[in-house]
Design a binder for this molecule. Structure first.
Ligand code: FAD
Length: 393
Protein backbone atom coordinates (compact mmCIF):
# COMPACT_ATOMS: atom_id res chain seq x y z
CA UNK A 1 0.00 0.00 0.00
CA UNK A 2 1.37 3.41 -1.01
CA UNK A 3 0.51 6.09 1.49
CA UNK A 4 0.12 9.82 0.60
CA UNK A 5 -1.31 12.93 2.16
CA UNK A 6 -2.84 13.94 -1.16
CA UNK A 7 -3.71 12.06 -4.33
CA UNK A 8 -4.68 14.06 -7.39
CA UNK A 9 -6.50 12.21 -10.17
CA UNK A 10 -5.66 13.81 -13.52
CA UNK A 11 -2.28 15.24 -14.57
CA UNK A 12 -3.70 18.03 -16.70
CA UNK A 13 -3.43 21.78 -16.11
CA UNK A 14 -5.39 21.83 -12.85
CA UNK A 15 -4.07 18.55 -11.43
CA UNK A 16 -0.37 19.35 -11.94
CA UNK A 17 -0.68 22.89 -10.60
CA UNK A 18 -2.61 21.74 -7.53
CA UNK A 19 -0.08 18.96 -6.86
CA UNK A 20 2.82 21.43 -6.94
CA UNK A 21 1.04 23.88 -4.64
CA UNK A 22 0.12 21.18 -2.12
CA UNK A 23 3.65 19.75 -2.18
CA UNK A 24 5.08 23.24 -1.55
CA UNK A 25 3.13 23.17 1.72
CA UNK A 26 4.98 20.02 2.70
CA UNK A 27 2.20 17.60 1.77
CA UNK A 28 3.23 14.23 0.33
CA UNK A 29 1.54 14.24 -3.08
CA UNK A 30 0.94 11.69 -5.83
CA UNK A 31 -0.70 12.49 -9.17
CA UNK A 32 -2.30 9.60 -11.06
CA UNK A 33 -3.28 9.74 -14.73
CA UNK A 34 -4.43 7.00 -17.06
CA UNK A 35 -2.90 8.62 -20.15
CA UNK A 36 0.52 7.65 -21.48
CA UNK A 37 1.45 11.17 -22.50
CA UNK A 38 0.98 13.90 -19.89
CA UNK A 39 -0.57 17.30 -20.54
CA UNK A 40 -1.91 16.39 -24.00
CA UNK A 41 -4.48 19.17 -23.93
CA UNK A 42 -1.93 21.76 -22.86
CA UNK A 43 0.33 20.80 -25.77
CA UNK A 44 -2.57 21.05 -28.23
CA UNK A 45 -3.94 24.28 -26.78
CA UNK A 46 -3.88 27.61 -28.52
CA UNK A 47 -2.78 25.99 -31.78
CA UNK A 48 0.35 24.65 -30.02
CA UNK A 49 1.18 27.97 -28.33
CA UNK A 50 -1.14 27.68 -25.28
CA UNK A 51 -3.29 30.73 -24.57
CA UNK A 52 -2.42 30.33 -20.90
CA UNK A 53 -4.47 33.18 -19.45
CA UNK A 54 -6.29 36.40 -20.26
CA UNK A 55 -5.26 39.79 -18.92
CA UNK A 56 -8.89 40.78 -18.48
CA UNK A 57 -10.13 37.55 -16.85
CA UNK A 58 -13.00 38.22 -14.48
CA UNK A 59 -16.03 36.24 -13.25
CA UNK A 60 -18.14 37.66 -16.12
CA UNK A 61 -16.13 35.52 -18.55
CA UNK A 62 -17.41 32.25 -17.10
CA UNK A 63 -20.61 30.24 -17.48
CA UNK A 64 -21.98 28.27 -14.55
CA UNK A 65 -25.31 27.48 -13.00
CA UNK A 66 -23.95 29.47 -10.03
CA UNK A 67 -22.08 32.46 -11.50
CA UNK A 68 -20.79 33.49 -8.05
CA UNK A 69 -18.88 30.28 -7.42
CA UNK A 70 -15.74 31.17 -9.39
CA UNK A 71 -15.33 34.65 -7.85
CA UNK A 72 -13.35 33.73 -4.76
CA UNK A 73 -10.80 31.51 -6.51
CA UNK A 74 -10.30 33.96 -9.39
CA UNK A 75 -9.62 36.76 -6.93
CA UNK A 76 -7.25 34.73 -4.75
CA UNK A 77 -5.09 33.43 -7.58
CA UNK A 78 -5.35 35.88 -10.44
CA UNK A 79 -4.08 36.01 -14.01
CA UNK A 80 -1.32 38.31 -12.73
CA UNK A 81 -0.14 35.62 -10.32
CA UNK A 82 0.16 33.12 -13.17
CA UNK A 83 1.75 35.70 -15.48
CA UNK A 84 4.30 36.29 -12.68
CA UNK A 85 5.09 32.57 -12.59
CA UNK A 86 5.46 32.44 -16.38
CA UNK A 87 7.86 35.38 -16.17
CA UNK A 88 9.82 33.69 -13.33
CA UNK A 89 10.45 30.78 -15.72
CA UNK A 90 11.61 33.20 -18.41
CA UNK A 91 8.90 32.03 -20.82
CA UNK A 92 8.48 34.47 -23.68
CA UNK A 93 4.87 35.40 -24.39
CA UNK A 94 2.76 37.95 -26.23
CA UNK A 95 -0.76 39.31 -26.31
CA UNK A 96 -2.44 38.07 -29.48
CA UNK A 97 -5.70 39.97 -29.17
CA UNK A 98 -8.30 40.89 -26.54
CA UNK A 99 -5.93 40.25 -23.62
CA UNK A 100 -5.17 36.68 -24.74
CA UNK A 101 -1.62 35.70 -23.73
CA UNK A 102 0.16 33.04 -25.80
CA UNK A 103 3.65 31.52 -25.55
CA UNK A 104 5.99 32.91 -28.20
CA UNK A 105 7.54 29.49 -28.74
CA UNK A 106 5.51 26.50 -27.69
CA UNK A 107 2.85 25.21 -25.31
CA UNK A 108 5.59 22.84 -24.12
CA UNK A 109 6.95 25.78 -22.10
CA UNK A 110 3.80 25.75 -19.93
CA UNK A 111 3.81 21.97 -19.52
CA UNK A 112 7.50 22.07 -18.58
CA UNK A 113 6.76 24.82 -16.04
CA UNK A 114 4.11 22.63 -14.39
CA UNK A 115 6.32 19.52 -14.40
CA UNK A 116 9.25 21.51 -12.98
CA UNK A 117 7.03 22.99 -10.24
CA UNK A 118 5.96 19.44 -9.30
CA UNK A 119 9.53 18.16 -9.36
CA UNK A 120 10.90 21.08 -7.29
CA UNK A 121 8.20 20.66 -4.66
CA UNK A 122 8.51 16.84 -4.66
CA UNK A 123 5.09 15.87 -6.06
CA UNK A 124 5.23 12.44 -7.72
CA UNK A 125 3.44 11.74 -11.01
CA UNK A 126 2.39 8.30 -12.28
CA UNK A 127 1.07 7.89 -15.80
CA UNK A 128 -0.78 4.93 -17.34
CA UNK A 129 -2.47 4.37 -14.00
CA UNK A 130 -6.01 2.98 -14.32
CA UNK A 131 -8.08 3.61 -11.23
CA UNK A 132 -10.39 0.68 -10.71
CA UNK A 133 -12.12 1.52 -7.47
CA UNK A 134 -12.24 4.27 -4.83
CA UNK A 135 -13.38 3.74 -1.24
CA UNK A 136 -13.85 6.15 1.61
CA UNK A 137 -12.20 4.93 4.81
CA UNK A 138 -11.86 6.58 8.23
CA UNK A 139 -8.41 7.99 7.42
CA UNK A 140 -9.35 9.23 3.93
CA UNK A 141 -9.54 7.26 0.67
CA UNK A 142 -8.16 4.03 -0.75
CA UNK A 143 -7.71 3.61 -4.49
CA UNK A 144 -7.35 0.27 -6.26
CA UNK A 145 -5.38 0.71 -9.46
CA UNK A 146 -3.51 -1.35 -12.04
CA UNK A 147 -0.37 -0.14 -10.25
CA UNK A 148 -1.41 -1.33 -6.80
CA UNK A 149 -3.30 0.15 -3.87
CA UNK A 150 -2.92 3.79 -2.85
CA UNK A 151 -4.15 5.52 0.27
CA UNK A 152 -4.52 9.24 0.96
CA UNK A 153 -6.08 11.71 3.38
CA UNK A 154 -7.27 14.12 0.67
CA UNK A 155 -8.45 13.20 -2.80
CA UNK A 156 -8.49 15.80 -5.58
CA UNK A 157 -10.47 15.10 -8.74
CA UNK A 158 -8.96 16.97 -11.71
CA UNK A 159 -10.08 14.73 -14.56
CA UNK A 160 -11.25 17.54 -16.86
CA UNK A 161 -14.21 17.42 -19.24
CA UNK A 162 -15.31 15.18 -22.09
CA UNK A 163 -13.78 16.98 -25.05
CA UNK A 164 -11.18 15.27 -27.25
CA UNK A 165 -11.51 11.69 -25.95
CA UNK A 166 -8.37 10.69 -27.85
CA UNK A 167 -6.36 12.87 -25.44
CA UNK A 168 -7.58 10.91 -22.42
CA UNK A 169 -10.87 12.68 -21.65
CA UNK A 170 -13.27 10.50 -19.68
CA UNK A 171 -16.41 10.86 -17.56
CA UNK A 172 -14.55 9.39 -14.57
CA UNK A 173 -14.65 12.60 -12.50
CA UNK A 174 -18.42 12.82 -12.84
CA UNK A 175 -18.69 9.16 -11.79
CA UNK A 176 -16.61 9.83 -8.66
CA UNK A 177 -18.86 12.78 -7.85
CA UNK A 178 -21.95 10.61 -8.22
CA UNK A 179 -20.41 7.82 -6.16
CA UNK A 180 -20.15 10.28 -3.27
CA UNK A 181 -23.66 11.66 -3.71
CA UNK A 182 -22.90 14.87 -5.64
CA UNK A 183 -25.03 15.88 -8.59
CA UNK A 184 -23.84 16.76 -12.09
CA UNK A 185 -25.19 19.67 -14.08
CA UNK A 186 -25.98 18.35 -17.58
CA UNK A 187 -22.89 18.36 -19.78
CA UNK A 188 -22.60 19.46 -23.41
CA UNK A 189 -19.88 20.51 -25.81
CA UNK A 190 -18.82 24.18 -25.68
CA UNK A 191 -16.48 26.35 -27.77
CA UNK A 192 -17.30 24.13 -30.71
CA UNK A 193 -18.03 24.65 -34.45
CA UNK A 194 -21.62 24.50 -35.71
CA UNK A 195 -22.81 21.92 -38.21
CA UNK A 196 -25.48 22.99 -40.70
CA UNK A 197 -28.71 21.70 -42.20
CA UNK A 198 -28.27 20.14 -45.64
CA UNK A 199 -29.23 23.18 -47.77
CA UNK A 200 -27.06 25.64 -45.79
CA UNK A 201 -24.22 23.13 -45.73
CA UNK A 202 -24.24 22.55 -49.48
CA UNK A 203 -24.32 26.26 -50.35
CA UNK A 204 -21.98 27.53 -47.64
CA UNK A 205 -19.40 24.77 -48.20
CA UNK A 206 -18.55 26.73 -51.37
CA UNK A 207 -17.22 29.43 -49.05
CA UNK A 208 -14.85 27.10 -47.21
CA UNK A 209 -11.79 29.02 -46.05
CA UNK A 210 -13.39 32.47 -46.09
CA UNK A 211 -13.44 34.37 -42.82
CA UNK A 212 -15.47 37.49 -42.09
CA UNK A 213 -15.69 39.95 -39.23
CA UNK A 214 -19.02 39.38 -37.54
CA UNK A 215 -21.02 39.86 -34.40
CA UNK A 216 -22.66 36.55 -33.43
CA UNK A 217 -25.64 36.84 -31.08
CA UNK A 218 -27.84 34.41 -29.24
CA UNK A 219 -29.71 34.49 -25.92
CA UNK A 220 -28.81 38.13 -25.17
CA UNK A 221 -25.09 37.50 -25.63
CA UNK A 222 -22.91 38.77 -28.49
CA UNK A 223 -19.33 38.26 -29.58
CA UNK A 224 -17.63 40.50 -32.10
CA UNK A 225 -14.84 38.44 -33.68
CA UNK A 226 -14.26 36.39 -36.87
CA UNK A 227 -16.41 33.66 -38.33
CA UNK A 228 -14.93 31.04 -40.62
CA UNK A 229 -16.79 29.01 -43.27
CA UNK A 230 -15.53 25.42 -43.40
CA UNK A 231 -16.47 22.41 -45.50
CA UNK A 232 -18.25 20.99 -42.42
CA UNK A 233 -20.09 24.13 -41.29
CA UNK A 234 -19.20 27.29 -39.43
CA UNK A 235 -16.28 27.95 -37.10
CA UNK A 236 -14.00 30.82 -36.06
CA UNK A 237 -13.78 32.60 -32.70
CA UNK A 238 -17.20 34.31 -32.79
CA UNK A 239 -18.89 30.98 -33.59
CA UNK A 240 -16.97 29.06 -30.90
CA UNK A 241 -17.86 31.73 -28.34
CA UNK A 242 -21.56 31.82 -29.14
CA UNK A 243 -21.80 28.00 -29.31
CA UNK A 244 -21.50 27.92 -25.51
CA UNK A 245 -24.65 30.05 -25.23
CA UNK A 246 -26.65 28.27 -27.96
CA UNK A 247 -29.26 25.59 -27.35
CA UNK A 248 -30.33 23.07 -30.04
CA UNK A 249 -33.16 24.36 -32.20
CA UNK A 250 -32.31 28.03 -31.68
CA UNK A 251 -31.25 30.58 -34.28
CA UNK A 252 -28.00 32.50 -34.16
CA UNK A 253 -27.99 36.02 -35.58
CA UNK A 254 -24.87 37.25 -37.37
CA UNK A 255 -24.18 40.88 -38.11
CA UNK A 256 -21.78 40.51 -41.03
CA UNK A 257 -21.00 44.21 -41.17
CA UNK A 258 -20.57 44.81 -37.44
CA UNK A 259 -18.48 47.94 -37.54
CA UNK A 260 -20.47 50.05 -39.96
CA UNK A 261 -23.83 50.83 -41.54
CA UNK A 262 -24.25 48.88 -44.77
CA UNK A 263 -27.36 50.83 -45.77
CA UNK A 264 -25.40 54.05 -45.61
CA UNK A 265 -22.61 52.53 -47.71
CA UNK A 266 -25.02 51.14 -50.32
CA UNK A 267 -27.00 54.38 -50.51
CA UNK A 268 -23.78 56.25 -51.14
CA UNK A 269 -22.75 53.76 -53.86
CA UNK A 270 -26.22 54.08 -55.43
CA UNK A 271 -25.81 57.85 -55.62
CA UNK A 272 -22.25 57.71 -56.95
CA UNK A 273 -22.55 54.76 -59.35
CA UNK A 274 -26.22 54.00 -60.04
CA UNK A 275 -25.34 51.64 -62.91
CA UNK A 276 -23.10 49.45 -60.74
CA UNK A 277 -24.37 46.04 -59.83
CA UNK A 278 -25.20 45.25 -56.20
CA UNK A 279 -22.42 42.63 -56.20
CA UNK A 280 -19.87 45.26 -57.22
CA UNK A 281 -20.94 47.57 -54.41
CA UNK A 282 -20.87 44.76 -51.86
CA UNK A 283 -17.46 43.57 -53.03
CA UNK A 284 -15.99 46.78 -51.60
CA UNK A 285 -16.80 45.38 -48.17
CA UNK A 286 -16.80 41.59 -48.52
CA UNK A 287 -14.66 39.03 -50.40
CA UNK A 288 -15.92 38.62 -54.00
CA UNK A 289 -16.33 34.84 -53.65
CA UNK A 290 -18.53 35.40 -50.61
CA UNK A 291 -20.73 37.97 -52.41
CA UNK A 292 -21.27 35.68 -55.41
CA UNK A 293 -22.59 32.89 -53.19
CA UNK A 294 -24.34 35.08 -50.61
CA UNK A 295 -26.63 36.96 -53.02
CA UNK A 296 -28.61 33.97 -54.34
CA UNK A 297 -28.39 32.26 -50.90
CA UNK A 298 -29.98 35.29 -49.23
CA UNK A 299 -32.55 35.65 -52.06
CA UNK A 300 -31.15 38.97 -53.33
CA UNK A 301 -31.17 40.06 -56.98
CA UNK A 302 -27.87 41.17 -58.42
CA UNK A 303 -29.20 44.13 -60.41
CA UNK A 304 -27.96 47.71 -60.97
CA UNK A 305 -28.19 49.82 -57.82
CA UNK A 306 -30.55 52.32 -59.49
CA UNK A 307 -33.18 49.58 -59.70
CA UNK A 308 -33.36 49.24 -55.88
CA UNK A 309 -36.31 51.37 -54.81
CA UNK A 310 -38.08 52.30 -51.62
CA UNK A 311 -37.12 49.94 -48.83
CA UNK A 312 -35.28 47.48 -51.08
CA UNK A 313 -31.76 48.63 -50.15
CA UNK A 314 -32.77 48.47 -46.52
CA UNK A 315 -33.77 44.83 -47.06
CA UNK A 316 -30.37 44.10 -48.57
CA UNK A 317 -28.65 45.76 -45.64
CA UNK A 318 -30.79 43.84 -43.14
CA UNK A 319 -29.95 40.54 -44.83
CA UNK A 320 -26.27 41.16 -43.97
CA UNK A 321 -26.70 42.92 -40.63
CA UNK A 322 -29.18 40.33 -39.35
CA UNK A 323 -28.34 37.02 -41.02
CA UNK A 324 -30.38 34.39 -39.19
CA UNK A 325 -28.93 30.90 -39.18
CA UNK A 326 -30.34 27.82 -37.49
CA UNK A 327 -27.45 25.40 -36.89
CA UNK A 328 -28.16 21.71 -37.21
CA UNK A 329 -25.97 21.00 -34.19
CA UNK A 330 -22.33 21.15 -33.18
CA UNK A 331 -19.31 19.00 -33.96
CA UNK A 332 -19.59 17.71 -30.38
CA UNK A 333 -16.86 16.54 -28.04
CA UNK A 334 -14.68 15.40 -30.94
CA UNK A 335 -13.54 18.99 -31.55
CA UNK A 336 -15.00 21.00 -28.63
CA UNK A 337 -12.51 22.95 -26.55
CA UNK A 338 -14.53 22.56 -23.37
CA UNK A 339 -17.37 20.80 -21.64
CA UNK A 340 -20.17 22.92 -20.24
CA UNK A 341 -21.83 21.71 -17.04
CA UNK A 342 -20.17 19.32 -14.61
CA UNK A 343 -19.98 18.87 -10.85
CA UNK A 344 -22.65 21.07 -9.26
CA UNK A 345 -20.92 23.99 -7.56
CA UNK A 346 -23.71 24.32 -4.99
CA UNK A 347 -22.26 21.22 -3.36
CA UNK A 348 -18.69 22.53 -3.27
CA UNK A 349 -17.07 25.18 -1.10
CA UNK A 350 -15.88 28.12 -3.19
CA UNK A 351 -13.27 28.85 -0.48
CA UNK A 352 -11.59 25.43 -0.60
CA UNK A 353 -13.02 23.52 -3.64
CA UNK A 354 -13.94 20.72 -1.19
CA UNK A 355 -17.28 18.92 -1.36
CA UNK A 356 -19.44 20.40 1.40
CA UNK A 357 -20.70 17.02 2.59
CA UNK A 358 -17.77 14.75 1.79
CA UNK A 359 -14.76 15.28 3.97
CA UNK A 360 -11.51 15.88 2.04
CA UNK A 361 -12.87 15.28 -1.47
CA UNK A 362 -11.96 18.16 -3.82
CA UNK A 363 -12.96 19.00 -7.41
CA UNK A 364 -10.98 21.44 -9.57
CA UNK A 365 -10.65 22.54 -13.19
CA UNK A 366 -12.98 21.69 -16.01
CA UNK A 367 -14.75 18.79 -14.27
CA UNK A 368 -16.55 21.46 -12.23
CA UNK A 369 -19.54 23.35 -13.63
CA UNK A 370 -17.46 26.45 -14.43
CA UNK A 371 -16.67 27.07 -18.11
CA UNK A 372 -14.73 29.98 -19.51
CA UNK A 373 -15.10 31.84 -22.76
CA UNK A 374 -12.56 31.31 -25.51
CA UNK A 375 -9.38 33.29 -24.82
CA UNK A 376 -7.32 31.78 -21.99
CA UNK A 377 -10.11 31.81 -19.42
CA UNK A 378 -10.35 28.03 -19.10
CA UNK A 379 -6.71 27.71 -18.15
CA UNK A 380 -7.10 30.58 -15.70
CA UNK A 381 -9.93 28.66 -14.02
CA UNK A 382 -7.67 25.59 -13.90
CA UNK A 383 -4.88 27.63 -12.21
CA UNK A 384 -7.16 29.49 -9.79
CA UNK A 385 -9.21 26.50 -8.66
CA UNK A 386 -6.07 24.34 -8.41
CA UNK A 387 -4.23 26.92 -6.34
CA UNK A 388 -7.11 27.23 -3.89
CA UNK A 389 -7.40 23.45 -3.48
CA UNK A 390 -3.60 23.26 -3.18
CA UNK A 391 -3.76 25.49 -0.07
CA UNK A 392 -6.48 23.37 1.52
CA UNK A 393 -5.72 19.71 0.81
P1 FAD B 1 -7.39 18.41 -18.54
O1 FAD B 1 -6.30 19.35 -18.90
O2 FAD B 1 -8.30 17.91 -19.56
O3 FAD B 1 -6.75 17.22 -17.72
C1 FAD B 1 -7.49 16.13 -17.27
C2 FAD B 1 -6.55 14.97 -17.04
O4 FAD B 1 -7.28 13.93 -16.41
C3 FAD B 1 -6.00 14.40 -18.34
O5 FAD B 1 -4.59 14.30 -18.24
C4 FAD B 1 -6.65 13.03 -18.45
O6 FAD B 1 -5.82 12.06 -19.06
C5 FAD B 1 -6.91 12.70 -16.99
N1 FAD B 1 -7.99 11.72 -16.81
C6 FAD B 1 -9.22 11.75 -17.36
N2 FAD B 1 -9.89 10.66 -17.00
C7 FAD B 1 -9.07 9.93 -16.19
C8 FAD B 1 -9.20 8.68 -15.52
N3 FAD B 1 -10.30 7.94 -15.65
N4 FAD B 1 -8.15 8.24 -14.77
C9 FAD B 1 -7.01 8.96 -14.68
N5 FAD B 1 -6.84 10.14 -15.30
C10 FAD B 1 -7.86 10.62 -16.05
N6 FAD B 1 -8.10 26.73 -22.72
C11 FAD B 1 -7.48 27.92 -22.62
O7 FAD B 1 -7.65 28.61 -21.62
N7 FAD B 1 -6.63 28.36 -23.62
C12 FAD B 1 -6.39 27.63 -24.74
O8 FAD B 1 -5.56 28.01 -25.58
C13 FAD B 1 -7.10 26.41 -24.90
N8 FAD B 1 -6.96 25.68 -26.04
C14 FAD B 1 -7.59 24.47 -26.13
C15 FAD B 1 -7.44 23.73 -27.30
C16 FAD B 1 -8.05 22.50 -27.42
C17 FAD B 1 -7.92 21.73 -28.69
C18 FAD B 1 -8.81 21.98 -26.32
C19 FAD B 1 -9.45 20.62 -26.41
C20 FAD B 1 -8.97 22.72 -25.17
C21 FAD B 1 -8.38 23.98 -25.05
N9 FAD B 1 -8.54 24.76 -23.91
C22 FAD B 1 -7.92 25.97 -23.82
C23 FAD B 1 -9.29 24.26 -22.75
C24 FAD B 1 -8.30 23.75 -21.69
O9 FAD B 1 -7.39 22.88 -22.32
C25 FAD B 1 -9.03 23.00 -20.58
O10 FAD B 1 -10.08 23.77 -20.06
C26 FAD B 1 -8.05 22.66 -19.47
O11 FAD B 1 -7.05 21.80 -19.97
C27 FAD B 1 -8.77 21.97 -18.31
O12 FAD B 1 -7.81 21.56 -17.38
P2 FAD B 1 -8.10 20.31 -16.44
O13 FAD B 1 -6.84 20.06 -15.72
O14 FAD B 1 -9.35 20.52 -15.70
O15 FAD B 1 -8.39 19.10 -17.45
Amino acid sequence: MKQYDVIVIGAGAAGLFCAAEAAKRGRKVQVLDHAKRLGGKILMSGGGRCNFTNMYASPENFLSDNPHYCKSALSRYTQWDFIGLVAEYGIAYHEKTLGQLFCDNSAKDILNLLLKECEKAGAAITSQCEIIDIDKVSSGYTLQTNKGEYQCESLVVATGGLSIPKLGASPFGYKIAEQFGLTIKPTRAGLVPFTLHEHDKTVLAELSGISLDARASCNNTSFNENILFTHRGLSGPAVLQISSFWQPGEHVEFDLFPNGDLLEELTQSQQQSPDSLLATALSKHFPKRYVQTALPYLGLDNKPLKQFQGKQLEQVSTAFHQWQLKPNGTEGYRTAEVTLGGVDTNQLSSKTMMAKDVERLFFIGEVVDVTGWLGGYNFQWAWSSAWVAGQNV
